[in-house]
Design a protein around this ligand. Structure first.
Ligand code: SF4
Ligand code: SF4
Length: 149
């Protein structure tokens, strides 16, 4: 979805409050119960990041924590009476955060691994197990040749 489509989806939210809570939403923070714990609060964060970048939500630790807590399970989309595609909106927000270099630590390791694998070309390097399988195959060919001779 492009920015216009995302914003069109954001404006569909009627703030009805039917967003999943508690165990229905894995990202819901039962202790905090703040607006940003709910799907609609996350939608509001993404709205702020896209339309009001001067507010610097894209550099906020709370925005990072709230948006990356979303598993993308889609339960909110299933429940929402307005058909707001919250997971896609949150994904758009995650992209803004990633572009700003504001993402959780484990994601840095994933990014480093991808960079390492794809450093010289768009093809991944051969995985480590590849050479050991090659060795095993070669030794089994040699054994078969010996048995035949
Ligand atoms: S259920 Fe849908 S329309 Fe209602 S507040 Fe949540 S996202 Fe908005
Ligand atoms: S997609 Fe995200 S916000 Fe929606 S119910 Fe799942 S975890 Fe919660």
């Amino acid at each position: 979805m492009n920015e216009e489509e995302i914003m069109g989806m954001v404006w569909k939210c009627s703030l009805c409050g039917f967003c999943p809570k508690d165990i229905e939403c894995p990202a819901f923070d039962d202790d905090a119960r703040w607006e940003s714990s709910y799907a609609r609060g996350k939608v509001a964060i993404v709205h702020g990041m896209i339309k009001n970048p001067h507010l610097n939500f894209q550099e906020s630790d709370l925005a990072k924590e709230r948006l990356f807590s979303c598993t993308g399970c889609g339960h909110c989309l299933y429940i929402c009476p307005s058909g707001v595609n919250v997971p896609d909106i949150i994904n758009a927000g995650k992209k803004v955060l990633v572009d700003a270099g504001n993402y959780p630590e484990p994601h840095s390791n994933i990014i480093e691994n991808i960079k390492e694998q794809f450093q010289d070309s768009c093809r991944p390097k051969k995985p480590r197990w590849f050479s050991s399988i090659n060795r095993d195959l070669e030794s089994s060919h040699q054994t078969r040749r010996k048995l035949k001779s």
